[in-house]
Design a protein around this ligand. Sequence first.
Ligand code: ADP
Ligand code: ASP
Ligand code: MG
Length: 815
Amino acid sequence: MKVLKFGGTSVANTENIQLVKNIVQQEAAHHKLCVVVSALGGVTDLLLDSAFLASQQQETYQKTFNLIEKKHLEVVKKLIPIQQQSTVMSFLKQELNTLETLLDGAFLIGETTPKLLDKVLGYGELLSSKIIHSYFTAEGISCSYKDSRQLIKTNTQFGKALVDFELTQQNLTQQLKEKANQVSLFPGFVASSVSGDSTTLGRGGSDYTAAILAAALNAEVLEIWTDVSGMFTANPKLVKQAIAIEEISYQEAMELSHFGAKVIYPPTIQPVLEKEIPIHIKNTFLPKEKGTVITKNTNGKNRPVRGISHIENISLLSLEGPGMVGIPGISKRFFEVLSVNNISVVLITQASSEHSICIAVDSKDAVKAKEMLDQSFAYEISLKRIHPVFVENDQAIIALVGDNMKNHQGLSGKMFSALGKNNVNIRVIAQGASERNISAVIKKEDVKKALNTLHERFFEENVKQLNLFVMGVGNVGAKFLNQIQQQKKFLKENLKLNVRIIALSNSRKMYFQEGGISLQKWEESLSQGEKADKQLFFEKIKKINLRNSIFVDNTANKLIADTYAQYLKNSISVVTCNKIASSSAYENYAELKQLSRDYNAPFLFETNVGAGLPIIDTLKNLIASGDKITKIQAVLSGSLNFVFNNFDEDREFVNVVKQAQAEGYTEPDPKIDLSGIDVMRKILILARESGYQLELDHIQNKSFLPEECLKTKNAEDFFKSLETHKAHFNQLFESAQQNNSRLKYVAQFDNGKASVGLEEIPAAHPFYNLDGKDNIVLFYTERYVDQPLIIKGAGAGAEVTASGIFADIIRIGNY
Ligand code: ADP
Ligand code: ASP
Ligand code: MG
């Protein structure tokens, strides 16, 4: 014999009930069945609402009642052939009349008692089971109706009555003696007290009904049919990557359900555990899927963490004070107060100093718990030996569960470091003595991020999801998005990195898509976005609160650079090709680096020098391995190199500059390159990354531009002035030629001092043959004394810059 339980969604409407019938028919061909059904989806909540409204004397309870009535009548009309409707219709009408009378009564006196509430709530299952019974019969299934209220006996703890197993067993054994039909149908959730009052088994209690039947009748299996394909590694509504657990032990399932895995009501496991009856969780909508089997022994021993669950709406209560240390009996009093007031404690911690006790309770109990505790400790509080109870609301508990966790070291370390890296603050930690559960109390707003972080850490074979928020989609930004799109599959398969773009912004619009923006049509999506606002952009990212978040700045804008600190302070990494932050006042640069360390959020700007060339990364590696930079010589301006490599007696200087701009080798404002400012910023950044505390105005700039060119205010005037002074530029060229040299714009850092300027480079020098837009850097260090470490290659252009940003993102992925 099997017991099958169908939940609210499985019987929510006619189509679903038809699916249930198919399953029952198939199984009834081979087994005798006890079928337990819940109320039609959502009905218990509606009943609760209507009772509440009535008790508040709000007339809208009638509307809710009408909705309940309509729902049931509609199902009957659609499901049962008209000739067979009359019996069930008159039953329904009669029962609904009684229900309405009960609600009217509650409205009149403005009150509901727990006893009345149980009577009202039970209607959901009573009505659904009657309808389904009629339907099964109409469909030719040999089916008898059993009223659980007459079989399952409880005490009078209304709302969550305790089962009298002995009496219940007697009743059910008696039933067994009668010749049973192939299918017996029971309403879930409802029971009655010895004196005959209707009771309920607690929200979600239909599972429990089914387990009680399975145990009493020695079923071979208890099947829980629901709307998901089993017990998942985490709540599938919050963690997209969660997967169904094939096998799990009773204890693990119990821990997971206690800590919020709603798919099974926690008390369900106890009755079947004692008789070792397996529970099989199956999906009504995908009956072919394997589902989850809960048994005594599972063979999946090798995975230490079996699932992650969470409970929201938690409040933390702490009792602290010097008067608690070494005084026996405080804990006893503390927990007695809670117990007497029927407040259940979800989690407990007490530090070994005994200075404080901290517990977690359901938020609905927090006010009462504080009041009662403060009252009980009033004397100690008045003497200031104990402080009044401190309450923190809007908390949640997140728990790792697995029988096999006890055999693995370092799991809590992994758990807390993964959470820490993602700025999830942990208030309280608890680990059960069985080591089957490690729980942490965190802020409710962090739940989704924490679940996904832990799921990624423990279940996703190290595939790490990187969530990118991209500011700037011009030359560099567009290329970057293109490269991500091309490499997405490779990164996932080879580097186990799943890179998603969650938001895009340019100066006009911004667009967010929490599930990831499709890169095939990002331009279209962005154009339909909302008005751009850099502060709102940040606020939204913070609110979305995703793990492994990276802010990518592809602009050259100071106002955007000014926003980095707030990202880092929220543990959001920053990757930027914008040089402004790192070349701003030293204090600002140093603060950003410090924030990056404090908040465990990388701040990477490899592309600030030499575009995609690994210059800063090499520098960091040299220093990390104990080397010291003594001197840097470099040609760092791809744009100036392009200009001087293409400028000769046949071409006019201004036209070469214009070409460089058109080909994307200059900054948006070419004067920034030609004045040397851009190179100054780069050598400044290299000096700082080498460990020197330098400011921009400490750098000597031997400009080759005439004064008048430097004073221009816009690109047009700048180009005009270049034209006016063409003789000056021709003269620079001729002089170099006469000296058998080439013009190169050189940056130097030596002995703590930096300078930039145009130089005539003789043929023997490594800079002489620098082509096109290439950059070159010579690092002289304590290890590279005579022969410098040389890095050379394309140092400008949107494509290589984009790939440098990409490389920084991969560095973060591997971090
Ligand atoms: P039913 O009405 O069938 O009893 P419930 O709504 O009580 O269904 O339970 C199923 C729901 O439990 C799923 O839809 C899912 O949202 C939620 N759930 C929470 N945690 C888990 C988990 N770890 N595995 C599966 N489902 C979970
Ligand atoms: N209908 C009840 C509830 O919603 C019991 C159940 O569905 O398990 O809580
Ligand atoms: Mg349920």
